[in-house]
Write a protein that binds this ligand. Structure first.
Ligand SMILES: [Zn+2]
Length: 153
C-alpha cells in the first residue's frame, strides 16, 4: 500500500466521527480497486480486481450499493460514457484535485494545481463559505480520440 493511499485512508476513517461514514472491510476492498485503477473503472472491473486477491468477493448488488454510499460522501465519483451508457467510477477524495476525463476512452488525467483555484476565492468570500476540499472534474474528448475521429472520416 502506498504512503499516499494510507494517508488518504486515515482521512477517510476520520469521516466516521465527522459525518457518520464507517469504512468497513468491504468498502475498503472496493475503494482500493477504484484507487489503483489508472482510469475510471466499471463495477464488473472492480469485482474482477477484488477477486484477484480475495477468495470471497462481495456481490454485484453489494458493490453497487457501496459505490453509491462512497459517492454520497464524495469519496468516489462516477461518469456515464455516452458510447456504451455504462457507469465508471474514479477516486475523488484528495483535498485539492482536478481531473480531466475523456468521455470517449475514459482516460483520466489528475493534476494538483492550487493556483488554478484562485477564481474560487471571490465566490467563497462573497458567500462566507469555509472551504474544506475542492474537486473539479473536467469532461471532454482527449487529443488522441479527436485525431482518431478525423482519421476515420
Ligand atoms: Zn480519449
Amino acid at each position: 500500500m502506498s504512503e499516499e493511499y494510507s494517508i488518504l485512508l486515515s482521512k477517510i476513517r476520520l469521516l466516521d466521527t465527522q459525518l457518520g461514514f464507517r469504512l468497513t472491510h468491504k468498502k475498503e476492498l472496493i475503494l482500493k480497486a477504484v484507487y489503483n485503477a489508472k482510469q475510471p473503472i466499471s463495477i464488473k472491473e472492480i469485482l474482477n480486481e477484488i477477486k484477484k486477491d480475495n477468495h470471497i468477493a462481495p456481490s454485484m448488488t453489494s458493490v453497487y450499493r457501496i459505490l453509491n454510499t462512497l459517492e454520497q460522501f464524495y469519496i468516489v465519483h462516477s461518469i456515464v460514457l455516452p458510447s456504451n451508457n455504462a457507469k465508471y467510477y474514479f477516486f475523488f477524495f484528495d483535498k485539492i484535485q482536478s481531473y480531466l476525463i475523456c468521455i470517449k476512452c475514459k482516460k483520466m488525467l489528475r493534476y494538483k494545481e492550487e493556483n488554478s483555484l484562485i477564481f474560487l476565492d471571490k465566490i467563497l468570500e462573497k458567500e462566507d463559505f469555509n472551504l474544506s476540499n475542492v474537486k473539479i472534474a473536467l469532461y471532454g474528448i482527449c487529443k488522441e480520440c479527436r485525431t482518431r475521429k478525423i482519421k476515420r472520416k
